[in-house]
Design a protein around this ligand. Structure first.
Ligand SMILES: [Zn+2]
Length: 438
């Protein structure tokens, strides 16, 4: 008699399938339960959740599926999967997202949910046929992952105090800035949370297409940029509510922005805006490049807070070392200040990966970061407090190079802020270098 095939022990994930009604959601889930791709899908999701992967990219080519995971903002290549099981898995993912699994050409996108270890994740599946096959992006939203308050971030207390002071200015303008995909939500939400939302009335102007999550006590109005609308459409109506603070998370054009800055000058409103850039100084140059009136900007702007995100070393496996004096000198750390720096985990050299008989031994992988060496993120900040010299440079629309010469005297460089985190062992020299080169 043949041995019974042992049943596969499925991981403890509950899939919350998508569908237009309960019956459809139930039917979609029921369909995939018996699919050969179902166990494979669950095992992949477990790996994704355990590693706290933010995005999964699957590239389908003729014979195989290339797999990439984005963890703490960095893409990692994983072993490719065979095409056939990969196809089954994709069919399952599409079904639970309520997409047409037979359509491998059109761009399709939808959400579904999953429960694992007491947390509920929202997953967005986007598929698109490409020349070589099909490209699949699975983005995972983890609840409560973003920092809400600067107090929980790595900003220096003295800098935070200065920034909060600027955020409480009675009128004028402050800007937040970061590179696209570099924690805009965090710097925006933390800044609004640090402003005095309970004393003054705030109105937020958000693009429907990429609106930021709500902040308590900010009355958010949305416009639809895909229909050609701008925040200007909402401004007259919003002003009837007599707000004190106008929050613009997307600066779309100089004309629109001028209308907000006019409010800051004539009506004593306070404006908070966000613009993507590579530094606080570049943020100012970019606002000018939108066609904003230089005189208005010079008159109103008080300061810019810029953020750049870096990965934290995994505190379970980071490796201490005594930094050579040249390195300390390079970093600008005074001799004797720091005895130990930390680097990311490295596997032992090949000669140590065998026993006395020359047989390979298994190298244990850190259970917390799964061998990546980093886990979680921190940020470095640059605060530019605008002084008269900078105002003059704005008035004459100085270019980036000149502006940087002027602002370099007014703030601590981002690099030095990063060195503080290196000296504290929060991150590594290599990670700081990687982030500064971006
Ligand atoms: Zn680790």
């Amino acid at each position: 008699m043949a041995e019974p095939i042992p049943e596969i022990q499925l991981p403890p994930i509950t899939i919350l399938a998508n569908g237009s009604n309960d019956a459809e959601r139930e039917a979609n889930l029921k369909t995939v339960l018996s699919s050969p791709g179902y166990p494979e899908t669950l095992f992949m999701l477990v790996e994704v959740f355990e590693r706290r992967v933010e995005d999964v990219l699957l590239d389908y080519t003729r014979d195989s599926v290339a797999v990439r995971f984005r963890i703490d903002g960095v893409w990692h290549e994983f072993p490719p999967r065979d095409r056939v099981p990969g196809d089954y898995m994709l069919a399952v993912l599409k079904k639970i997202a309520n997409l047409d699994h037979t359509d491998r050409r059109s761009k399709q996108s939808a959400e579904f949910g999953a429960k694992y270890r007491g947390s509920t994740m929202r997953l967005t599946l986007t598929t698109q046929g490409v020349r070589t096959g099909e490209r699949v992006l699975l983005s995972i939203g983890y609840k409560g992952r973003d920092i809400e308050k600067f107090e929980d971030s790595t900003i220096r207390p003295a800098m935070l105090e200065q920034w909060v002071g600027l955020l409480r200015s009675p009128s004028g303008l402050v800007l937040t800035s970061a590179m696209p995909g570099d924690g805009k939500t965090t710097i925006w939400r933390c800044s609004l949370n640090a402003a005095d939302r309970f004393v003054r009335d705030f109105i937020g102007f958000e693009d429907k297409r990429h609106s930021e999550p709500e902040v308590i006590n900010v009355d958010v109005q949305t416009y639809d940029s895909s229909a050609g609308e701008t925040p200007l459409k909402l401004l007259p109506q919003a002003l009837l509510k007599q707000p004190d603070v106008l929050c613009l998370s997307d600066l779309v054009s100089g004309d629109v922005f001028d209308s907000f800055l006019d409010q800051a000058v004539d009506q004593q409103k306070f404006v908070i805006g966000h613009i993507p850039a590579r530094s606080a100084t570049e943020a100012l140059v970019r606002v000018l490049a939108l066609g904003t009136d230089p005189e208005l900007l010079a008159k109103t702007v008080q300061g810019v807070l810029y953020q750049r995100v870096l990965r934290k070393l995994c505190d379970n496996c980071r490796q201490p070392y005594s930094p050579p004096p040249e390195l300390l000198k390079q970093l600008g750390i005074r001799p004797g200040r720091v005895q130990t720096l930390y680097g990311e985990w490295q596997p032992p050299p090949p000669e140590m990966q065998v026993d006395e008989k020359g047989n390979p031994i298994e190298i244990p992988i850190c259970p917390r970061c799964h061998g990546v060496g980093y886990q979680g993120r921190a940020a470095i900040y640059e605060l530019l407090v605008v002084n008269d010299e900078i105002r003059d440079a704005i008035r004459r629309k100085a270019d980036l190079a000149e502006m940087m010469t002027i602002t370099s005297k007014a703030h601590v460089p981002l690099r030095d802020e990063g060195v503080v985190l290196v000296a504290k062992g929060v991150t590594s020299v290599e990670e700081l270098q990687r982030v500064l080169q971006r």
